[in-house]
Design a binder for this molecule. Structure first.
Ligand SMILES: [Zn+2]
Length: 275
């Protein structure tokens, strides 16, 4: 689906949203969970482009719901996988590999019980190894359209990035904010210190002027974009974790169910009242 001129959201990608920037040099922003590679490349062909036109696979951050199909898309297109330097680890055979995103994270048992999250071991088994071919840092500009600007927005993960296009003025937020359709929220995070770090990043975004916002989860936001994002930091994100989970547990259950079934998750309350 073309969401703005030459900007496509690849239909039915499971896990996260996958956006295709169809300039002369094409780039993919996030890839969903493992198993979406063919679907992404079929979409490229469906708009009359060649898989080899895709030059970059840009990962906003590592957890498997965004990076899961990056190696598949790389194998099918030859595009380089790009992530922030703080998400890169030395690979055993040389080069760099993407952090899995769970390093140092301890998912509370009671959370697994409430939302039915897979055990840590199950997560580990499902993680494909993702090579990184190019790292970026804050201020870098990638060759896509008239320049895709990289902003380092740590918090959700140490190397989370937001991406900004000048024209059209689209801000790609990864999981630094989530569109639940009925409201914009911050991602669920266990560590209070990281929540404060995320808020510092979101406060930096207050300076941005974007007409559209594309999220890792949820639909494109086209109205009151910056007002909605600025409103996030108008209220502090300093609640205890259990309070945040209680507020969001229905959404969390639906997200985990969609990952288990391998279907697309649109976020928020289901449209039309159906589950
Ligand atoms: Zn995500």
């Amino acid at each position: 689906m073309e969401i703005a001129p030459r900007i496509h959201r690849v239909d039915n990608v499971s896990g996260s949203n996958c956006v295709l920037l169809a300039g002369d040099e094409m780039a993919v922003v996030d890839t969903g969970i493992p198993g979406n590679g063919e679907r992404i490349v079929d979409y490229v062909k469906s708009i009359g482009r060649s898989p080899s036109d895709v030059r970059g696979i840009i990962l906003t951050h590592p957890p498997f719901d965004h990076s899961g199909s990056a190696a598949e898309v790389h194998a099918l297109t030859g595009a380089e996988i790009i992530a922030h330097a703080d998400e890169a680890l030395p690979a055993a055979g040389g080069g760099l590999t993407l952090r899995q995103g769970t390093e140092g994270e301890h998912i509370p048992l009671w959370y697994r019980w409430i939302v039915g999250a897979p055990k840590r071991r199950a997560y580990a088994i499902n993680f494909p190894t993702i090579p990184i071919h190019r790292t970026v840092v804050d201020g870098d500009v990638l060759p896509c359209f008239d320049g895709l600007h990289v902003m380092h927005t740590p918090g959700h993960t140490p190397g989370s990035i937001c991406l900004l296009l000048n024209s059209p003025a689209v801000l790609f937020l990864g999981d630094s904010a989530i569109n639940n359709r009925d409201r914009i929220s911050r991602p669920l995070m266990w560590d209070r210190q990281k929540r404060r770090e995320l808020d510092a990043s979101l406060r930096r975004l207050r300076e941005v002027e974007a007409e559209m916002a594309s999220f890792g989860h949820g639909p494109l936001l086209e109205k009151q974009v910056m007002a909605s994002l600025r409103a996030l930091t108008d209220r502090p994100y300093d609640l205890p974790t259990w309070k945040i989970v209680m507020k969001n547990w229905r959404t969390l259950r639906r997200f985990h169910a969609s990952v288990r079934r391998g279907v697309h998750f649109e976020g928020g309350r289901p449209a039309g009242g159906s589950a």
